[in-house]
Design a protein around this ligand. Structure first.
Ligand code: NAI
Ligand code: MG
Length: 388
């Protein structure tokens, strides 16, 4: 499922690398994204759901999402009358297949100039070694979509009579009220916690850090902390650390080397994983897996980066997509090939001869495109060369 924008550029490169590593597979292309919203009024066509039901494993590039009104305006003639409302197809996929476990590994690539620059330690000789895996609950919490503006009678009455609401806010007119809920279920919370501990045990991490805010968000974060303590009892060699998300963002910039497995609810997991991604080179390196009981979808953390999508020669970094494909190999029991590819990537980065623009010093300054930056294809070629 290449999707939109740079998803279309990086996914074929990952497939070339998979083939070079000797992974044998048939690829079936799934339609998803903006194009299908505009043409069909549905960015996640039923046929794509069917494909995943049948094949169980997906590689996904990225999609474009736009605000409600803009999305509506881009619908093809004849579709506007149907009153369709756009919703993100990747969020839709996660919900449809209950891909409730999101796994985001972040590890340092030795020799990546960004290791120093991003930490303000450009002239340091000591290279930080980050090796963390973030487990983010992927379907609930603040992104669960249960929210209201100008709420109906039932919700409004429930709020107006809630003792905490009365105490903290008094009475608020209905039309001045917006509410987004943060829903945690025991079932999903237990699943993400267990996935985190199991991963720590399997790969020898010494700690699992629960990154929430239980002292303030007592019911949801509090429940998660209580459950984490119970589950930790089953893992004698693994420590449970409990940090607050705000402090965690400070700690990870100061001493990211200290952390192993991190587990969090949906939003805090989203935030903390972007924080760690920044330390290892940014979105060009951040990979992820969305896993359910039946189906798993592997995707780079980045989006469709529209401003880079229409270059004659594509310049974005394919490593995030290729690393996501490695996670797929792990999932399929082809770990040996994943290791080979990861070693090839590490070599290319360490040599420093082939670097996409984002790996260069001025990356992030939109007015500067570095001279000598490699294209997306050249980066994939360099990795493939190492696999030979
Ligand atoms: P984005 O991740 O697409 O791009 C942000 C910036 O990160 C880019 O402008 C670029 O500077 C950098 N970047 C991203 N991927 C890169 C790569 N592979 N190599 C080098 N640099 C890279 O996020 P943005 O701009 O907020 O969103 C663009 C569109 O993507 C929106 O429509 C958004 O809704 C969608 N999106 C989709 C996601 C998904 O499909 N899972 C996730 C995030 C955003
Ligand atoms: Mg994010």
């Amino acid at each position: 499922m290449p999707g939109d924008g740079i998803g279309k550029t990086v996914l074929p490169e990952a497939i070339r690398v998979l083939e070079a590593a000797g992974f044998e597979a048939d690829y079936v292309e799934g339609d998803i994204g903006w194009e299908f919203w505009c043409k069909e009024g549905n960015p996640l066509p039923e046929r794509t759901i069917k494909l995943l039901e049948e094949h169980k494993v997906g590689l996904f590039g990225a999609i474009t999402s736009k605000p409600k009104e803009e999305a509506f305006n881009e619908l093809s003639p004849g579709l506007k009358e149907k009153g369709l409302v756009y919703s993100s197809p990747i969020v839709g996929l996660r919900q449809h297949f209950n891909l409730d476990i999101c796994m985001r590994p972040c590890h340092t690539y030795k020799g990546n100039p960004l290791n120093f620059i991003r930490r303000g330690k450009e002239n340091s000789v000591e290279e930080p070694e980050v090796d963390v895996v973030i487990f983010r609950q992927n379907t609930e919490g603040l992104y669960g979509g249960v929210e209201w503006s100008n709420p109906d009678d039932k919700v409004y009455d429930a709020l107006m009579t809630h003792p905490k609401f009365v105490k903290n806010f008094g009475s608020v007119p209905r039309n001045e009220l917006s509410v987004s809920t943060r829903i945690f279920t025991k079932k999903a919370t237990e699943r993400i916690l267990r996935a985190a501990f199991a991963h720590a045990a399997k790969y020898g991490y010494k700690s699992v850090t629960l990154c929430e805010k239980p002292n303030v968000i007592r019911e949801t974060s509090g429940m998660m902390y209580k459950m984490a303590k119970e589950i930790q009892q089953e893992y004698a060699g693994i420590a449970l650390w409990n940090t607050n998300i705000d402090a965690q963002m400070m700690w990870l910039t100061k001493n990211p080397e200290d952390y192993g497995v991190i587990v969090a609810g949906n939003m805090f997991g989203d935030i903390v994983s972007d924080g760690f991604a920044g330390l290892i080179g940014g979105l060009g390196f951040a990979c992820s897996a969305n896993m359910g009981d039946e189906v798993a979808v592997f995707e780079p953390t980045h989006g469709s980066a529209p401003k880079y999508a229409d270059y004659d020669v594509s310049i974005v970094n394919p490593i995030a997509m290729i690393e996501s494909a490695c996670m797929m190999l792990d999932h399929l029991g082809e770990n040996d090939k994943a290791i080979k590819i990861r070693e090839a990537i590490a070599e290319v980065v360490a040599e420093g001869k082939v670097r996409t623009y984002d790996m260069m010093k001025m990356a992030g300054r939109p007015d500067v495109i570095e001279k000598g930056a490699a294209s997306t294809q050249q980066m994939a070629d360099a990795i493939i060369e190492k696999l030979k």
